[in-house]
Design a protein around this ligand. Sequence first.
Ligand SMILES: NC(=O)c1ccc[n+]([C@@H]2O[C@H](COP(=O)([O-])OP(=O)(O)OC[C@H]3O[C@@H](n4cnc5c(N)ncnc54)[C@H](O)[C@@H]3O)[C@@H](O)[C@H]2O)c1
Length: 266
Amino acid sequence: MSGEKRFSGRVALVTGAAGNIGLATARRLAEDGADIVLLDIAADKLAEAKDAVATFGTRVETATCDVTDFASVDAAVARAEELLGPVALLFNNAGYQGAFTPIQDYSPEDFAKVIQIDLIGAFHVLRAVSARMVAHGFGRIVNTASMAGLQGPPNMGAYAAAKFGIVGLTQTASKDLAPHNIRVNGIAPALMGPGFMWDRQVELQAKAGTQYFSSDPEEVSKAMIGSVPMRRLGDISEIPGVVSFLMGEDSSYMTGVTLPISGGIL
Ligand SMILES: NC(=O)c1ccc[n+]([C@@H]2O[C@H](COP(=O)([O-])OP(=O)(O)OC[C@H]3O[C@@H](n4cnc5c(N)ncnc54)[C@H](O)[C@@H]3O)[C@@H](O)[C@H]2O)c1
């Protein structure tokens, strides 16, 4: 049929949808024809995100929801299905980077917060959406890990623990859900910038005062970029196509895989 796109007739749910990676990816999935549900805790940013996604002409709904609260997630997913129909595609992406502190000084409160949002929150979303996908007999899921989930960087103990958890969750979920025509993969971005996340990371690594980085943010930035085989930062725009690939049928024999998006193996 003319005008048919890769995800025409599919509903995609995106968490962390008001943030950089979530919004860019929601826009790409809408461009690929999907109807979109945008979930985020930042209610004030969701209206703007909705306008940005709606430019592609597919249906777009929003839900304010805290991924750390399972009841809030389950209610948001139920409402999304009432409004748009079965969720077929999930980008499980909400996250928080946490502090940059050596483990011996790391705040237990911040550690718990990072695990609550990045790991338990991702489980809540996976749990609520996959139960419905099993009932519908179809699903394509992409979880956002990080390069910090493939090798632990200094000063990021909570984040690394949570993101290693995401890689494990992706592998196990891929096995549990394969019999139900549901594929589960992940992405592991790193060194995305320029922008707030990059500046924050460089400044906080400099401030952490460890042997691994200079105390000068500019030197930290140079050293980090110097460790990338492609010798440059990645741009947010280099992520959505990978998610779309993992959700589409060009990756039909892939499940349980977390793909680095990092300018080469660090
Ligand atoms: N930007 C990077 O360099 C980078 C690198 C590797 C991995 N990541 C991961 O990518 C994902 C998206 O990051 P981003 O760069 O777009 O950051 P971002 O801060 O722009 O977006 C994160 C979004 O998650 C939302 N969120 C936070 N806590 C939430 C909660 N409890 N419930 C619901 N929503 C919540 C925030 O409101 C925000 O809109 C995260 O999982 C992050 O860990 C980012």
